[in-house]
Design a protein. Sequence first.
Length: 293
Amino acid sequence: MHRRQALIAAVAFAWQACGQVRPGEFSGEAALRHARHAAALGPRPPGSAALEQLRSYIVKELEKLRCELLRDRFTAETPLGPMKMENLIARFAGRSGRAVAITGHYETKWMPDIRFVGANDGGASTGFLLELARVVSQSGFRNEILIVFFDGEESFGPWSETDGLYGSRHLAARWATDSTLSRLKALINVDMIGDRDLGILREMHSTPWLRELVWRTAAELGLGRHFLDREAWVEDDHVPFLRRGVSAVNLIDFEYGPANSYWHTEQDTPDKLSAESFAVVGRVVLEVLRKLE
Ligand SMILES: [Zn+2]
């Protein structure tokens, strides 16, 4: 970590510790707290008791807010056999007739040989979405806002068309049969955005107008240094929606530790995260939601 970042993190912490987060403002500290809670539950692969505990925690947090909670239960065919999975969807009603979805995964990769707690990969998206839900509940957007916690993002064997993205493939199919997909203006997926050395790649599957809107907004907010020029193609939970014609963007930091060495290893622990990184993404996403009004 650079010294300048350490100073920013310390200042952010002191500021929020004084209880000065204004209503409608995203608290990086609160998002980090949720991510730490998730990681402390241990490995959380689909079907595990730890994931059930996290699901209870997410539901309990969402029940504090004025939203409708949808529990999207399904059985996925995996290389390990049929597996029960569940997406959680918080729906904040709007008046525009259109909707925007913000999504991420809450489970962690099944890695039987190591103790993989996924603080950033699974934990960060969970913490981010919970704090975003709190802010959205106070914000009164005209668009309906759908905050989605996906199960089964990770593959069990080698990544393939049929192994991985279980929750998002299921929900995209479900939303194609009701009216939701046609009402979606945009879908923003977040993954691994808690890294204290935050650098978000220009993910090239993403819809160009939406991706450029995010990059332009970050620059306007003076946060452009975290949104890199570097391009990469990363398949993630936005892809099943792109394939069905939804405008979607994936916000992912895919250089987690030197040469991405913390990714899918025991090194993915809460000490690698910072409240400031969550706050950067939170501010940008909220401003993009305002522009999509
Ligand atoms: Zn992963």
